[in-house]
Each structure stands twice: as C-alpha cells, then as structure tokens.
Design a protein around this ligand. Structure first.
Ligand code: NAD
Length: 276
C-alpha cells in the first residue's frame, strides 16, 4: 500500500513513495497540495532549503496533523543542505535553519544536495554529528556518483543511508544503483517522471494501455519493482491521487526489462561531476 516502507540500514522505516515539491513556491497552492497528499495517505514529503518552500511545507504538515489526526512519527520529512552551506559549522547551522523554517523538532532524513567536490566530506562529518546527537533519524546524500560514495566510505564513520539521484527510464544509472544496492544504501529517484518528458513515449503508452494504467503509473510502478524509492511532484489533486495508485498491479519481468531498455543516459538535471 501507499504507506509501505523500506527499512534503512539503521532500522529507520522510509516510505517507498512520497511527494516532491521542487519548483512549488510558498503560497496556498503549496500548502493545499501537501495537505491534500497527506489526506490521501502520502506520508513522505521531499523538500530542500534551495526550494525556498520549507515554511509552507511546515505549515501544511502542522495543519494536516491537526485536521486529519496524524502524528509526527507517522510522517517522513526530508530536506537537503544547499551547496553554499556545505562545511562543518555551516552545515550544522543550515540544519537548524531548515528545522526552524519547517517548524519541526527533527527531520526524518537530511541529505547533502550535491557532491561539491571540495566540501562534501566536511559536510558529511557534520551530518554524522547531527545524527549522533539524535537530532535527525537518518542521513544521506543526493546526486552522488560511485566515486563520491567511495570517498565518503573511505574515511567516514557512517555510510549514507540513502542516495537520491535523477532516475527514470531514460537514465537508469546502472553503475551507481548497483553500488548502492550492494552497500545497503537505499536508492531514491528524483524527477522520476523526467519532469514530464516521457508521456509521449510509444512503449510507455503501449504498456499503459496493456495494464489499463497511465504512463505515470507505469513509470512509478517500475521504480517500486526496482527497489527504488520514488517522489513524483504534482500540485494537482487528480494527479496526486493518480500517482499514488500503484499498489494494485504488477509489471511482468519482460515489461520491466523493456522499460529499462529505454535508457539513453539522458539527464534533465545537472551532471553531478560538474558542480561547484
Ligand atoms: P517529476 O519527474 O516528478 O515531474 C514532475 C512534473 O510532471 C510536474 O511538472 C507535473 O506537472 C508533471 N506530472 C506529475 N504527475 C503527472 C501525471 N500523473 N500526469 C502528467 N503529468 C504529471 O519532476 P521533479 O519535480 O523534478 O522531481 C520530483 C521531486 O524530486 C522534486 O519535486 C524534488 O522533491 C526532487 N528533486 C530532487 C533533486 C535533487 O537534486 N536531489 C532534483 C530535482 C528534483
């Protein structure tokens, strides 16, 4: 079901499915979308300091908890430290700022947003400190390639619990996904719908017909069956519902393979090796 979870290597349970809020500005559209999603059964919300919407996300969470009788520990809230705040002291301060804006006492997951080469090791030390002090339930990274992860694993005390990367049928990330799977790092997809660029794909349309589902549902189901946490974004109520109806069908192995063979190593976002 919609609230099914994967267990991170430290024992924390993370929903397989959630709502992303990238490019949703502060205001009623944001608050309504997050509240509506929670009302529909979503339990995981993915934001970031750079999205500039943590205050509205926090407001929506508080209102949803009161209005729908949901407890904080039923929710899974993720935010991310932005590039300009990477460093030991600055990352610890950024975490406190995110908590204050969200109006929360803790986050479920805090991620290094991008692997800025000169700074991510120090930032990881800061996340370890925050975690050891019990201020966050889980820590992880985003947009890390294998070589970035190897650098962390080499001298860090803890390995990341999650790696959130761009992942969709045109970018299947075989190398980093295998590395994460083999190291107990939960793999999470961002832009799972390729920001809307996959809806005309003939194979995905054919499969949507075959399963009597939508293209979005086919793609998101492919994520789940690949063991990938997924966080599609929408502010439209009918799509928030549509994207969550993934738990009443199963793609065959052959169809899973066909979807994966759409890979072209094609990105919508920046290349993690060109970040500074
Ligand atoms: P997405 O792939 O989720 O696509 C969202 C777009 O698809 C929206 O414009 C929406 O209008 C459209 N859409 C959604 N559901 C649809 C449906 N059922 N039918 C038709 N159109 C539909 O793109 P995204 O927002 O970039 O990615 C999802 C989340 O991932 C973000 O909101 C954010 O939380 C996270 N993210 C993280 C990073 C990172 O660097 N860590 C980068 C980008 C996004």
């Amino acid at each position: 079901n919609l609230q099914a979870t994967t267990t991170l290597y430290n024992g924390v349970k993370m929903p397989w499915f959630g709502l992303g809020v990238f490019k949703v500005e502060e205001g009623p559209e944001l608050v309504n979308a997050v509240k509506f999603a929670i009302k529909q059964g979503y339990r995981s919300i993915d934001t970031a300091a750079i999205y500039g919407n943590e205050e509205g996300v926090g407001q929506a969470i508080r209102e949803a908890m009161t209005e729908y009788g949901i407890k904080r520990d039923e929710l899974f809230i993720t935010s991310k430290v932005w590039n300009s705040d990477l460093g030991y002291e600055s990352t610890i301060a950024a975490y406190e700022t995110s908590l204050r804006k969200l109006g929360l006492e803790y986050l479920d997951l805090y991620l290094i947003h991008w692997p800025v080469e000169a700074k991510f090791v120090e930032a990881w030390r800061a996340l370890e400190t925050i975690y050891k002090e019990g201020k966050v339930k889980a820590i992880g990274v985003s947009n890390f390639q294998v070589h970035h992860l190897e650098k962390i694993l080499k001298d860090a005390e803890m390995k990341p619990m999650v790696n959130q990367v761009e992942y969709h049928p045109r970018l299947t990330q075989a190398e980093v996904k295998a590395f994460c799977d083999n190291n107990g790092i939960q793999f999470e997809a961002w832009s799972p719908l390729m920001q809307g660029q996959l809806f005309d794909n003939p194979l995905l349309k054919e499969l949507a017909n075959k399963y009597n589902k939508t293209v979005a549902q086919i793609i998101l189901r492919w994520d789940l069956q690949n063991g990938v946490v997924t966080i599609p974004k929408s502010t439209k109520e009918h799509r928030i519902i549509e994207n969550s109806n993934l738990f009443d069908f199963e793609l065959t192995k052959v169809d899973m393979g066909k979807i994966s063979s759409l890979n072209e190593n094609d990105r919508v976002g920046p290349d993690p090796d060109n970040i500074d």
